[in-house]
Design a protein around this ligand. Structure first.
Ligand SMILES: *Cc1c(COP(=O)(O)O)cnc(C)c1O
Length: 369
């Protein structure tokens, strides 16, 4: 592995900082002698529900499972269409396909989130749900999306995998739709030491179904009332997440500060950085830019010891797996153009002002400004 002057992520640094507390979390759980579905899991769920202002939080194996189970619990399945964004991690669409429904894309806006005006054009009699993706944590424009859902009697499953600590008009991400689906994958702002996720909802029926489904459909140890799966949030991770929730605001604050500094220092107009609207609080899980001559810029940055990533170079409708739905290049021109131009700059809470200044200088220098 190349040693970068400015690396993309910070997980080793984070471990050094948190080592004692993390090992104490593990010790507490191991010493208790109980490792599955313990009070630590309930404590985490209750805490999250209260923190983000919902009735129920259900700890699961992953954000992907949260999406799948959310759709399923809302009765979405075979023959149904779900309108979603072509810009995301594949799991947003994978969850739709996995439960037997068909993904229908609506193109995105400047900020890489689904464009509400495009959603309206895609509604058919088979449409049952909208699955907006809050990309990088920035919340999709929910007011018009809620209005469309109401007028057409659709449910909303929010892909809020990256939206812990994100707000739109003062309301927390994942609390607008029928269900909100969060991931605690190591690359998210609130991250476990492995895979994890949770679903939030105010709907008592959905809550009951997902709780059963994640635990084999068992009402008690001896009574299975529906066939489910094993998708329980690991107790070790619940304990680690509880500890890290205490640090989350600081993590997000540092990331916002870094994002603002990038914005101030990058002068090259060839690099577009989507502006933040006054009503949004973006947690900046990633710092995504859209830039001219992207591949050459990336090579230049690598050469200067700066690690960057194309996040992602393929919009969801152009993956080989999506072929069966008949999508083709040209279907979603905004998303396609963004995929050709997108570049994620190094972005984590340990970046120094010097490092950000160095990256900005290299970007400005590449474009000759
Ligand atoms: C991370 C992520 C997922 C998947 O979450 P996992 O916990 O990795 O299953 C889904 N959608 C988006 C937008 C994500 O960022």
């Amino acid at each position: 592995m190349t040693d970068f002057k400015v690396s993309f992520i910070d997980l080793q640094q984070r471990y050094q900082e948190e080592k004692e507390e993390l090992l104490a979390c593990i010790d507490r759980v191991l010493a208790s002698g109980h490792l599955v579905m313990t009070p630590e899991l309930n404590a985490f769920e209750d805490h999250v529900a209260e923190r983000i202002g919902v009735k129920h939080c259900i700890g699961l194996n992953s954000g992907t499972d949260a999406l799948m189970m959310g759709l399923m619990a809302l009765g979405i399945g075979k023959g149904d269409e779900v309108i979603t964004s072509p810009i995301s991690f594949v799991a947003s669409t994978g969850a739709i396909v996995h439960i037997g429904a068909a993904p229908v894309y609506a193109d995105v806006g400047d900020d890489q989130n689904i464009d509400p005006a495009e959603i309206e054009k895609k509604i058919t009699p088979a449409t049952k749900a909208i699955l907006p993706v809050h990309w990088t944590g920035r919340i999709s424009d929910m007011d018009p999306i809620l209005d469309i859902a109401k007028r057409h009697d659709l449910v909303i499953v929010e892909d809020s995998a990256q939206s812990m600590g994100a707000f739109y008009k003062g309301k927390h991400g994942g609390t607008f739709g029928n269900v909100g689906c969060f991931s605690t994958h190591p690359l998210k702002n609130l991250n476990a030491i492995g895979d994890g996720g949770f679903m939030v909802t105010d709907d008592d029926v959905v809550n009951r179904k997902v709780r059963l489904y994640r635990n084999h459909g068992l009402e008690d140890r001896d009574t299975c009332i529906l066939y489910g799966v094993n998708s329980r949030l690991d107790v070790l991770n619940a304990e680690v997440l509880m500890f890290r929730l205490g640090k989350l605001n600081g993590v997000i604050e540092a990331r916002r500060k870094n994002a603002n500094l990038y914005r101030d220092l990058i002068r090259a107009k060839q690099m577009f950085i989507p502006p933040c609207k006054e009503y949004e609080e973006n947690p900046f899980v990633m710092f995504l830019t859209q830039c001219d001559d992207r591949d050459r810029l990336q090579a230049h940055l690598t050469d200067k010891g700066i690690q960057s990533l194309v996040y992602y170079g393929t919009p969801l409708h152009l993956h080989p797996a999506a072929k069966k739905f008949g999508f083709k290049r040209g279907d979603f021109p905004v998303a396609e153009r963004q995929a050709d131009r997108v570049l994620a700059l190094p972005h984590h809470q340990y970046l120094t002002e010097e490092q950000i200044g160095y990256v900005a200088d290299q970007v400005n220098g590449f474009y000759g400004v």
